[in-house]
Design a protein around this ligand. Sequence first.
Ligand SMILES: Cc1ncc(C[n+]2csc(CCOP(=O)(O)OP(=O)(O)O)c2C)c(N)n1
Ligand SMILES: [Mg+2]
Length: 565
Amino acid sequence: MARKKPKAAKTTEAGNGGERASAAQTMTAAEAVVGTLAAHGLDTVYALPGVQNDLLFEALFKFSDRLRTVHTRHEQGAAYMALGAALATGKPQAYAVVPGPGLLNSAAALLTAYSMNAPVLALVGQIPDADIGKGLGHLHEIRDQAGIIKRLVDHSALIRRPEQAARVTALALRAMRYGRPGPAALECAIDIWGKFAPVRAAAPLPLPTPEIDHAAIRRAAKRLGAAKRPMIVCGGGAQDAAAEVSALSAMLQAPVLGYRRGRGVLDSRDPLSVTLPLGRDLWGEADVVLAVGTRLLMQLRQWGVDRDLAIVRVDADAKEHDRLLRPAVALTGDAKPILQALLAELPAHNAKRLSRTAEMQERQAAWHKRMEKLGPQLAFLDAIRAELPEDGIFVDEVTQVGFAARLAFPVYKPRTFLSPGYQDNLGWGFATALGVQDARREVPVISISGDGGFMFTANELATAMRHRIPLVAIVFNDGAFGNVRRIQQERFGNRLIGSDLANPDFVRFAESFGAEARRVRDPAELRGALRRAFARRDGPTVIEVPVGDMPSPWEFIFMSRIRGK
Ligand SMILES: Cc1ncc(C[n+]2csc(CCOP(=O)(O)OP(=O)(O)O)c2C)c(N)n1
Ligand SMILES: [Mg+2]
């Protein structure tokens, strides 16, 4: 595509990277976008190229001293990697794809980012600007791409002129962090990316600091302080408030339930740290629950609620509070400052608390015993925990060992147990974990998958090799969509359909990419293989574990009502 560079309106010494975000330079829309990403501290774009985005990639090349471009083999890989990087760091991450099929290929990951409130920016190409909406059949044209995007993210925009590009990007990045965090998307047409204008890369826009409602904090402190059986429930929104949750738990002697996205907020070694199913017992007894960054869907819909339970909710999104049940006290904003205010107020209202350590240890042990039913899964998890360092990151999947991990894998730190939220999408794990490991190169990352889930993105082993990502991926191979097969066996008279799998030889498959690969037979061998794999930091390792049927975890997950009608 021809592109004429107009005379520079003003030249600066800032050079390619635009060291000073404030200096206006003549640059393309794409450079303004990429420069703005860099000015916001982003250091990587996960991407798959194509003609609509050629000028975007040209800008990425120009900025390659400040932003790495990690290219993948499928757009879902790019978007899942950005998601993994966002979950691991808590910071905005970006991916770039062509329109139409490129966008749709990335859509499951974008949907997952939305469900997990993860700050992922999608940069999506477009057909020629003047033809958008005309249905002419341009390459990768899709009807109402903006409308499709709008249903996937809360904030989106089409860049139409280079003069707008930096500000539109900064607005998207602010929307991703402000209020309820989450993904955003920017579209830009093939003929706009390369257009020049005198612009400056935009620095981060100030985030309004939400006022803390001190009257509501006092009401919350009074409720919690007077509670006989207080309890804290954490969701993904509590991950950045671990210190505050831990302090509140100690002050109130309140057990902290974290399941899946709330795991690791309170260290599993604390006797007050619980998952399901002990969490359900405690929910049944609680008189006041402090819910932090969680929808409480399982609790309110499955376990039930009655008038004897008052809920104090902390949520970044005011619209979220009343969705299922009006709480006694609603606190809107980021969990951390709100819980800090609560911590300051609580001592004035808090009842004298006896330690619940002994009681909790006893109750934990009793459930531990009942969960021995999941022995095969737990033995593998013990092996992983024994080798994964405290700050190592475990990326969960929709697989038998994953279901057990959500219940029983000890998690010591926030953002070290990543589970896919309410999409629970098979196939998220391996590519997301690649993004996690790419963004956190200094810590070991484990991805677990079943044979079914692994094959959704196993092609990204090529990406792991190309970008030397030292992820360790464990594949539990039962030759089946095992979860589905068990349902067909138990509920449908063993009428098996669509659940058996023909698999590659996973070791040879991984080796053919140049990855390290091992097959292990039992937890002891798994430990040894993990130790070797963690010692290797220059590329991926795949460990295949052939397994048989595993005991069902569902009695510990889908538990019946414990209070209310
Ligand atoms: C995107 C998506 N498609 C389908 C499903 C339904 N599903 C849940 S578990 C499962 C089978 C998982 O098989 P595998 O990864 O081999 O794990 P296993 O249960 O055998 O351990 C399927 C198909 C899903 N959760 N997400
Ligand atoms: Mg399987």
